[in-house]
Design a protein around this ligand. Structure first.
Ligand code: NAD
Length: 496
């Protein structure tokens, strides 16, 4: 008997899944303690490595907020359960969340927003939306420049492989979780190339999922519809900035940002967390709601294949919520039955392990190796197009405000390879035939193209820039104007 028990114990140790845990700052340690207690009580089979991140690391002078030895743990376990951290204001401290996402290549952020009517106050009783947000690209590439006295620029990058991986992740997630529809939000009526690519890739990848309904909304009206009628959506996939904003909106209108967990998925690693911050004012008082981190941990258990334990935790949590045992942030007189602290809430969930909710829908998880599934599909190879350069946009810092004067001077700089076609200011054409009413800054985009639409060489651009230099113009950057397989791959000036 003793021998059999020993073997069983040894088997359990062998199948333990290594994960890295960070207790974070503010309310982090309390909600992590509650979360770990609950998932271990439900039989989660984990080999936990703890690392320190956040405030204490920043204060040691490590501006990234994470030590090298911690990266080693993350590379080893490939699974990160992370409590919120406090990013100190000022002082050149880097956001650890952005660093972790980018360093570990966590390209997709999956955030469910679910309402728990009638137990938690919500404007939308039937809401159950998953937002899949791109996590690495878009305006978050962090490439910003001040170019002139008046103008600052942030580069928006959308890539084909990045978008393909993300969109595929959204469709696969939908399929695995029995979702019926995937919606794409972009602003491709304005950003025809960048958001246009995102939309195009959505349509292309979507063809591999005939069983799933597909639709596209322009993000502004889509956001309005989401805030007003979230029941109309199921899974929504979108670029980074829209996803950042709308996943908070959607969590809040479902009930509370304090309830939502999220998964950050990469090719090799994955990170699971609550969507809220470290709430420093609530720290150390046994007040915080551990639900966001707990639901993040449920997503982690599903990810590592411990679906039975994930179901147990999730259903026990639903039962606790249903029975009106609530922390202060969701407590409502008349609906809630008992106001509890973090520890007591965790105890209540643990007591209900093995129970199912009566009114709220019971949760069931299908065992799926999501990471393997995505790896098998992979991103398609980039096709190398026939590229020709047919012109160049030269950006100038020029302090005079007279577009016609600038135009007349730049016409003289042209040669038979490159001739001035137009000048724009903030994207609006101001030369030739601009309107005197158009407001101009000190930032000018001067478009030179080959008059015969023939290919030019880099040396033709260098020669043009030399002439700019001789005339004392302050050029701040250039952008080549190219065709890919004969198709123009740049936007026209507004009014061109
Ligand atoms: P926050 O999410 O910490 O707090 C916002 C509000 O929600 C506060 O009123 C807070 O008391 C309440 N709240 C949040 N989580 C709660 C919970 N689990 N239980 C009960 N109430 C809860 O946002 P903030 O105040 O803007 O940011 C505080 C710190 O957190 C900042 O340093 C910020 O940089 C950091 N932050 C970290 C993360 C992360 O690590 N993922 C995310 C967002 C913010």
């Amino acid at each position: 008997m003793a021998e059999a028990l020993k073997v069983a114990e040894e088997d359990a140790v062998k199948t333990k899944v290594p994960i890295t845990v960070a207790r974070g700052d503010g309310i982090g340690p309390e909600i992590m303690d509650a979360t770990l207690r609950i998932i271990l009580a439900a039989g989660a089979n984990l080999d936990i490595e703890e690392i320190d991140i956040g405030e204490q690391v920043y204060l040691k002078g490590i501006t990234s907020g994470i030590e090298n030895s911690s990266w080693d743990s993350l590379r080893r376990t490939k699974v990160f359960l992370k409590a919120p951290i406090t990013t100190p204001q000022g002082g050149g401290f880097k956001s650890l969340n952005v660093t972790t996402r980018k360093t570990l290549g966590l390209y997709a952020n999956i955030r469910p927003s679910v309402s728990y009517h009638p137990f938690i106050d919500t404007k939308h009783p039937k809401m159950n939306v998953i937002i899949v947000r791109e996590n690495e690209e878009d305006l978050y590439a962090g490439i910003e420049h001040r170019q002139t006295d008046e103008v600052y620029q942030c580069l928006k990058l959308i890539t084909r492989p990045g978008t393909e991986k993300l969109v595929r992740c959204a469709f696969e997630y939908a399929r695995v979780n029995g979702r019926k529809k995937v919606t794409c939000f972009t602003k491709d009526n304005i950003m025809k190339l960048t958001d246009g690519l995102f939309h195009k890739v959505f349509d292309e990848v979507g063809e591999d999922y005939p069983d799933i309904e597909k639709e596209h909304w322009i993000v502004d009206i889509g956001a309005a519809k989401l805030a007003d009628t979230p029941e109309a959506f199921d899974v929504i996939v979108m670029p980074n900035l829209y996803g950042d904003i709308l996943s908070d909106v959607s969590a809040q209108i479902a009930g509370s940002v304090g309830l939502a967990g999220s998964a950050n998925i990469g090719d090799n690693c994955a990170m699971f967390e609550a969507i809220h911050g470290s709430a420093p004012r609530r720290a150390g008082q046994n007040l915080a709601n551990p639900s966001g981190l707990l639901l993040g941990a449920v997503m982690m258990l599903v990810h590592i294949g411990q679906t039975e334990q994930a179901e147990k935790v999730h259903n026990a949590w639903l039962k606790t919520i249903e029975e009106g045992i609530h922390t202060y942030d969701i407590f409502r007189e008349g609906v809630s039955k008992q106001k509890v602290g973090t520890r007591e809430f965790a105890d209540a969930v643990i007591e209900r392990i093995g129970k199912k909710p009566d009114t709220l829908a019971e949760v069931k998880y299908k065992p799926t190796d999501f990471r393997k599934l995505l790896a098998e599909k992979g991103a398609t190879k980039t096709t190398v197009a026939q590229k020709e350069t047919i012109g160049v946009d030269v950006f100038l810092h020029w302090k005079e405000r007279d577009a016609n004067k600038l135009g007349e001077e730049l016409l003289k700089l042209g040669d038979d390879k490159l001739k001035l076609k137009m000048i724009t200011n903030r994207g609006v054409k101001v030369f030739p035939d601009g309107f005197p009413e158009t407001f101009c800054t000190d930032h000018w985009r001067c478009r030179f193209v080959n008059p015969d639409q023939k290919a030019i060489e880099h040396k033709d651009i260098v020669a043009l820039l030399s002439r700019f230099n001789e005339k004392g113009f302050d050029f701040i950057k250039t952008e080549n104007l190219c065709t890919f397989d004969g198709e123009k791959s740049y936007s026209l000036g507004q009014g061109e």
